[in-house]
Design a protein around this ligand. Structure first.
Ligand SMILES: [Zn+2]
Length: 480
């Protein structure tokens, strides 16, 4: 709680105590907002904070349909299940839209240290990796701490070796390049496999998977992540002057693309049904854990926001459209397919809101208003002015969320799945979660329902529901 929210709360309580009127409460909470907008926002917030439906639904999603790698039957079953659930809630226009997605199968995998001593190493192959030849790869480990470190070595230094990128985690954005590009950088120097110190905070010997991207110009070699404890073990051995030899076996393979689906549902607008506010998360996950925080939470926040509107008989001026994207993790084809299929109505998209950074308590939203042309980088004075106007409007709309501490908004990237439509000029917003714990479990076997805090989930539903409602209800525009 910040000072302003405490003031709002106490003034609200005083007035409530004095004259016990619902409309008075809304007037106090959101001066300057139309009554209907403010009342609906307050009712949604309070209903979200009082309901455990999201918690129960997320548990079912995780326990019956977690994990959900795109290209798998498990994901398609999850998509059908959540479509049925949304129909059961009474949402409108529930439908699936086809998306062609890559198919990658992990297979059996293991990593063993042979020298200087025998150890089982906790590992996860990286998504999209090729497998090893049958029988695995046995090779000496070459440890580097950056790409520069690798290129500074003798050009033959990595030949025939397993390169370990032992790069300390300094933040997801800054460290993830070693996971995505490490294998090809090592292959370019003649390596036979690449290992990466997991891109994440310290866990309990927990490797983090994630996608790698091959450079077409060099041979494809297997790539895997190891836990920091095992990276440290190898580093200590090398420091002592020991030769480090490891044996990597990966049965990973790819199969032809198959059809997956984005799944959509709506609360149709009462006045301007053709104008749309998109809310959602990605329904696919990695093939370990349960996909609870990444990104079961984002899906459930959107579903629950729409369910609450329907259950409270709130009919927004514009249409609120839930979109649960497929294939965020290893392709982003769901986000691109949505952009292509809905190209003709993107001008009518008022905003898109995505939640894809776990279940830490929402602190507010990141506002992502981009140059309208995809290849334009330049922030024009017009765009800058629109960002400032948008921030002011959003701060006004978010006053209802000050009691839950989710009323801050600033300019930053929104979410991967809505990036393709943000590039087309759709005003995009990312739920800004507290991520101080998220990168401990992200892309690991530990991304399970157990780590979902129910109070945080209720607050996060409130954040999604209030902003979705407010953007569907207000009269203006966030566009330049
Ligand atoms: Zn995600």
């Amino acid at each position: 709680l910040n000072l302003r929210s405490i003031l709002v709360l106490s003034v609200g309580m005083l007035l409530l105590g004095g004259c016990a009127s619902e409309s008075t409460e809304s007037q106090v909470e959101a001066p300057g907002l139309p009554q209907e907008l403010a009342d609906g926002a307050a009712r949604l917030r309070d209903a979200a904070l009082a309901s455990d439906e999201a918690y129960a639904t997320l548990a079912e999603l995780c326990d019956l349909h977690g994990h959900r790698l795109s290209g798998s039957d498990r994901l398609e079953n999850a998509i059908d299940w959540i479509a049925d659930r949304m129909r059961g809630y009474g949402l409108q226009n529930v439908r699936k839209e086809e998306v062609l997605v890559p198919v990658w199968i992990r297979g059996e995998e293991s990593l063993r240290l042979i020298e200087p001593a025998s150890h089982h190493i906790a590992m996860l192959g990286l998504g999209g990796s090729v497998g090893t030849p049958p029988g695995g790869i046995r090779a000496e480990v070459l440890r580097v701490t950056s790409f520069d470190d690798l290129t500074a070595l003798d050009p033959t230094a990595a030949r025939g070796k397993i390169v370990l990128f032992d790069v300390p985690y300094t933040g997801y954005g800054s460290t993830v390049q070693y996971r995505s590009r490490g294998a090809s950088a090592a292959a370019e120097r003649g390596a036979v496999a690449a290992l990466v110190r997991s891109v994440g905070l310290d866990g309990m010997r927990t490797p983090h998977t994630g996608a790698l991207r091959y450079d077409e110009a060099v041979p494809r070699i297997p790539g895997a992540a190891i836990a920091f404890e095992d990276a440290n073990l190898m580093a200590r051995s090398l420091e002592r002057g020991d030769r480090v030899v490891a044996e990597l076996a990966m049965g990973a393979s790819s199969a032809p693309d198959r059809i997956s689906h984005n799944v959509l549902a709506e609360v149709v607008g009462r006045e301007k049904p053709e104008e749309i506010v998109v809310i959602g998360g990605h329904i696919d996950s990695w093939d370990v854990g349960q996909g609870a925080q990444d990104d079961g939470v984002g899906c459930i926040l959107a579903v629950e926001a729409a369910r609450l509107m329907h259950a409270l008989d709130l009919h927004p001026r514009r249409t609120v459209r839930v979109v649960l994207w497929t294939n965020e993790e290893n392709g982003l084809r769901g986000g691109r397919a949505y952009r292509d299929l809905h190209a003709a109505e993107l001008d009518q998209h008022v905003a898109a809101i995505e939640s894809d950074s776990g279940n830490g308590r929402a602190q507010g939203f990141r506002f992502d208003l981009r140059p309208a042309a995809v290849d334009a980088e330049e922030v024009t004075p017009e765009l800058e002015a629109a960002r400032i106007r948008g921030l002011e409007k959003l701060r006004e709309l978010l006053v209802t969320l000050s009691p839950v501490g989710a009323d801050s908004v600033f300019v930053a990237g929104s979410g991967a799945d809505i990036s393709p439509i943000a590039d087309e000029g759709v005003p995009a917003l990312g739920v800004h979660h507290d991520t101080s714990e998220y990168f401990r479990i992200h892309h690991t076997r530990a991304d399970t329902f157990d780590r979902i805090d129910p109070a945080d989930l209720r607050a996060n539903v409130a954040a999604m529901a209030v902003l979705a409602w407010s953007l569907a209800e207000f009269e203006g525009s966030l566009r330049p």
